[in-house]
Structures are given as C-alpha cells and as structure tokens.
Design a protein around this ligand. Structure first.
Ligand SMILES: Cc1cc2nc3c(=O)[nH]c(=O)nc-3n(C[C@H](O)[C@H](O)[C@H](O)COP(=O)(O)OP(=O)(O)OC[C@H]3O[C@@H](n4cnc5c(N)ncnc54)[C@H](O)[C@@H]3O)c2cc1C
Length: 469
C-alpha cells in the first residue's frame, strides 16, 4: 500500500478534466502542495483529443467560447497563444433537407412551404394569447417549447433531436436544457423579419466565431497539466474507490492504480467526478435517502465512432445534426474543418456521436459493427463512398451529459445539501455539480473552488488577451 509519503497534501483533487485541472493550476501557481488523481490514462476528461495514426478528434467537436476574460487569458496562456479563430456554420437534416442550425426560424418558415408556415404562425399567435391568461409554469421541455413556439415547430425541430439526445420523452425532459440553448430566439421577431420588405435579408446572422487549438481541444488540458506538473504530481490511471468520512470531514481518499492501492489525505478535497459516483464512494455509507436521491441522478452516455476517409474534405460544416430515428448517430463533425492539422495531408475524418445509456444495445455493440453501420449510413446520406474508408476508431464515454429529468432538481438538492455538511469537500465541474456546463464554466468552477481552499487567493500572473480594456 502506498501512501503519499505519509505527508498530508494541502488539497487532493479528484478528476483531471478541465474543472479539476483549473483548480490544480490555480492552487499550484499559488504555491500549494496538491495531488490530482485521474482514472483515465490521459487528462482532459470530456475535453480530450484522441490521436489515431495521424488523425485527431475530440469526443464530439468542442468549440471554445467564453465571456469570462480570466478564463480566456488562462486558455491562451497555457496554449502559448497558439489558437485558431474558426467560423461556425452548422446544419440539421429535417425531412430530407438541410436547414441552418441553431434553429433559424426564417429558414424554417420559408423552407417548409406556405401551409406549414401559416400553421406555425397561427399556433404561435394562439399560444401567446393563451399565455396571457395562464399562470401555470412549464415544467417539461415539451410544455415550454409548445408554449413559446407552438406544436408544429416543436414537432418539426425539437422533438426528435431532444429525444435522441436524452433517450426519454420530451414530457420527461426538464425545460431548463432547451431554455438555456435558445435563450435569444424570438419567433415573433423572426416572423416580422421574414415577411418584412427586406425578405429576411436583415436576419440576425447565426454564424459565430469560436477558438480552437490547431491540434485539438485536448491541448488546453495538456497545457494545464504541464503547468501543474512543474510543482505537483498528477497521477493518471488512478481510480478513486473510497472516500473515508468522519464527522463533517473527508479524512482520506483511496485510489486503485492497477494492482496498487494508494491512500492520500489533505485538509481539503476537491471533487470533479460525477456527483452520484462520489456519494456512492463514501465510507461509512451515506444515509439511504441521500443514496436514493443520488441513484435518481442519471447521466447520458456517448459512443463516438470516427471514420477516417481517403479524401481531402467531405463537408464544409462545423457540425451536422441528424434528429431522424433511422440514422443511428445524432450529430457529426469533420475535425479538418476546425483545423487542417487534424488529419494527415489529403485525408479527413467524420466523427459521429451516438447517445446511449451504459449497457444498452449501442453501448454494448461490437466496434466493427458500429463502424460498419456508420459507414453505410454515411454512404446512404451521400456523404462518402464506403471504399474511401481507411480505418475507424470507437470510444465509449460514460457520464457525458447530466440528464435533466423533470424531477432532477429535488434529487440534486438532497445530494448537494448532504455534501455541503462536509467542511473540507468542494465540488466543481459539469458532472461534479450535475450542471450542463460548457468548458469555460467547468474551468470557472475549478478556479472558484481553488479560491475557497486558499482564501484570499493571490493574484495569479496571466498575460492580457489583447481584448482587455
Ligand atoms: C459531446 C460533447 C460535446 C461538447 N462540446 C462542447 C463545446 O463545443 N464547447 C464547450 O465549451 N463544451 C462542450 N462540452 C462540455 C465540456 O466537455 C465540459 O463542460 C467539460 O469538459 C467538463 O469538464 P469537467 O472537468 O467538469 O468534467 P469531466 O471532463 O467529466 O472530468 C471529470 C474527470 O473525472 C474523472 N473521473 C471520474 N470518475 C473518477 C474516479 N472514480 N476516479 C478518478 N477519476 C475519475 C474522469 O475520467 C474525468 O477525467 C461538450 C461535452 C460533450 C459530452
């Protein structure tokens, strides 16, 4: 049994995704003595990049975008400013036609013909009127979208894709998810613009810019790791198996590293591992009511199937979304459209995402069968010829998305209230807090918990982005 030299650490960090690494970066720079434990061989968690014989891909393309200047400065700093600015252009395949994505209502009104457009507008007007006389709050995604946009638009644009992503009916998906994603969408404005004299030309552009490291999103995590390792260890291949609790404190953390058991402890523990897993690792066991609530917090899992192609480029899109049930994946991206360095010269790759639950048919399928059905489907869609496929890679990703079922908040609150009773346990990150965080928010949450461990946190040296005032 290995202990950390019998010496207490200032903090033990569980998980080396962007949240854990950002916390580690800040604490390390502030001079703390820390240790980070990560179950995978590679750091980065969901935001890592896989390398396969000169082809590179993220686990579902990851665009970096933030309004937080400190986080952007940190990213630019760890990447040595080697970062591309990419223009986003995405499509969604609906009833055999490609439409702009995110939803461009004008595009939909014009694209589905006058009868459907008239129905969408009438339903919208009726829903707005109904809304004036109703005080009921929407609970599910279905209620919320129908109330804001009408049933026809819900059925065409939202229903199939949402159910594919989440694996449950839209009446069971909490409204929060969709609400966050389409915050600034106004059907009323879109209708006015569509039928104004400009004929829709004045439409707000849906094209947006984002940042991307030339060799894949995983470079951010690798940069943070390199900085932390100047002063402190990051142990990969170390799965946390137990958190020993006594009173209001976590006393010790046990990890399995292959055949070895490793124990470590410190005044503070920062956890970015999935919230429900953390509760189950407590010893002695957490109260039954808390374990029960943790069991009801579910995550959606993901299988990535990447198909390497002997051609320079297949599409010119950032992402393409496929809501249709007949298509086994929900989304694809072509990494060479993000950075030409993601494939050897003259070659490209298509990376598809299949949403699933661990242990279901998709999760358990053979890699070769997954690759074969993906290639067949891409050929049927007219994107590739099957004989252009050079090789494939399949990656299974547990806990990709916190699953917001309509009653999730109650269970999350039960678990969080219990974990808050520990003085020295700090939660961060997407799975760690059970929040639908993007990378920048995961990083922000890591920096925030570091500020609880060392309070006040000294000002850490970061160069200006050039966008600073
Ligand atoms: C398909 C997909 C596409 C996305 N696209 C974007 C995008 O375009 N832009 C964007 O900003 N965000 C995107 N995101 C979100 C982004 O990936 C996350 O917000 C971010 O990576 C979360 O970081 P984290 O550190 O909080 O969590 P994670 O990355 O999940 O890190 C948690 C870490 O804990 C480790 N761990 C778990 N259990 C244990 C254990 N028992 N012992 C030790 N270690 C353990 C895991 O291996 C992992 O490394 C996307 C996510 C997905 C799934």
């Amino acid at each position: 049994m290995a202990s950390e030299n019998g010496k207490a650490k200032d903090a033990v960090i569980l998980g080396a995704g962007l949240a854990g690494l950002s916390a580690g970066w800040a604490l390390s720079r502030a001079g703390a003595d820390i240790i980070t434990l990560e179950k995978d061989k590679q750091v980065g968690g969901l935001a890592r990049t896989v390398e396969d014989q000169g082809f590179r891909f993220d686990l579902g393309g990851h665009r970096f975008f933030t309004e937080n200047e400190r986080v952007e400065r940190l990213v630019r700093d760890v990447l040595d400013d080697e970062i591309l600015e990419v223009v986003r252009s995405s499509k969604i395949l609906l009833q055999g036609r490609y439409f702009d994505y995110p939803l461009n209502v004008q595009n939909a009104l014009l694209g589905f013909g006058p009868v459907t457009a008239a129905r969408i507008i009438l339903e919208y007007a009726a829903e707005r009127l109904k809304d004036r006389f109703s005080e009921a709050e929407s609970v599910s995604l279905e209620d919320w979208v129908v109330r804001h946009f009408g049933r026809t638009l819900f059925s065409i644009f939202f229903k199939d894709y949402s159910e594919k992503v989440w694996g449950i009916g839209c009446d069971r998906i909490a409204r929060e998810w969709i609400e966050q994603r389409i915050q600034n969408l106004s059907l009323g404005r879109a209708v006015r613009e569509t039928f104004s004299r400009s004929g829709g030309k004045a439409a707000r552009t849906l094209t947006r810019r984002f940042l991307y490291p030339p060799l894949g999103i995983g470079k951010i995590a690798e940069g943070l790791k390199a900085d932390i390792e100047k002063r402190n260890p990051i142990i990969t291949g170390a799965r946390i198996v137990r958190l020993h609790r006594r009173g209001a404190r976590i006393e010790k953390v046990t990890a399995r590293c292959g055949d070895e058991t490793r124990e470590t402890w410190g005044p503070d523990v920062i956890s970015s591992i999935p919230l429900n897993a953390l509760v189950r690792l407590l010893s002695p066991k957490a109260p039954d009511s808390v374990l029960d609530a943790a069991d009801r917090l579910r995550y959606r899992d993901l299988v990535i199937v990447a198909v390497m192609i002997d051609r320079e480029r297949v599409t010119d899109e950032t992402w393409i979304y496929f809501p249709g049930k007949e298509i086994p994946f929900g989304r694809l991206h072509e990494p060479t459209n993000w950075s030409a360095r993601m494939a050897p010269p003259g070659k490209t790759l298509l990376v598809t995402e299949r949403f699933c639950f661990r242990g279901d048919e998709t999760w358990s399928a053979d890699d070769a069968d997954l690759a074969e059905s993906t290639a067949t489907c891409l050929a049927d869609l007219g994107l590739i010829d099957k004989d252009e496929v050079i090789r494939h890679a399949v990656i299974r990703i547990p806990n990709a998305y916190p699953l917001f079922e309509v009653d999730y908040r109650e269970h999350q609150e039960t678990v969080s209230a219990y974990l808050e009773t520990f003085d020295n346990l700090h939660l961060a990150g997407r799975g760690g807090l059970f929040r639908y965080y993007n990378m920048d928010q995961a990083m922000e949450s890591g920096l925030a918990v570091a500020g609880k461990v060392i309070n006040p946190m000294p000002a850490l040296d970061l160069p200006s982005t050039g966008t600073d005032p």
